[in-house]
Design a protein around this ligand. Structure first.
Ligand SMILES: [Ca+2]
Ligand SMILES: [Ca+2]
Ligand SMILES: [Ca+2]
Length: 137
């Protein structure tokens, strides 16, 4: 859920940057998710376990206020709605699980670095429509 947040911040500050910079930030975030086991791929349990980090009152629902308080990304509300797959205004494991399967392009239940980069580069372009296009082009 935090995967895009650095990227979001940098995109906002700089307005645009190229794909190699995006990949650099995505590689850093990938490494943060890949911890148990640290095996070069992200398993669903590694991804799902991050959901409740932002759950300030421990009611197993991350609502939009908790999410907004935890993040500085200017597009965080768009991100919240992106992640809230069943649109109940709560982020839960079920939402994260659906998201995981969206990232897992080849459906082998693990997310490789390439799947991670491809997915989040596309999502960043979606959130920042002008992103990556030089002015005047
Ligand atoms: Ca792993
Ligand atoms: Ca939800
Ligand atoms: Ca995969």
């Amino acid at each position: 859920m935090h995967a895009l947040l650095f990227l979001c911040f940098v995109a906002f500050v700089r307005g645009q940057f190229d794909t190699s910079v995006m990949r650099h930030y995505l590689d850093l975030s990938f490494a943060r998710y890949d911890h148990t086991p640290m095996d070069g791929v992200i398993e669903e349990v590694e991804w799902d376990s991050t959901v409740y980090k932002d759950d300030a009152n421990n009611d197993t629902c991350v609502n939009v206020i908790e999410y907004a308080n935890a993040h500085t990304c200017p597009k965080k509300l768009d991100l919240f709605h992106h992640y809230d797959h069943n649109q109940d205004s709560c982020l839960k494991v079920g939402d994260l699980s659906e998201e995981f399967h969206s990232i897992d392009f080849n459906n082998d239940n693990i997310v490789s670095l390439k799947e991670w980069e491809d997915y989040f580069i596309q999502l960043t372009r979606h959130l920042f429509p002008t992103f990556g296009t030089a002015p005047g082009k």
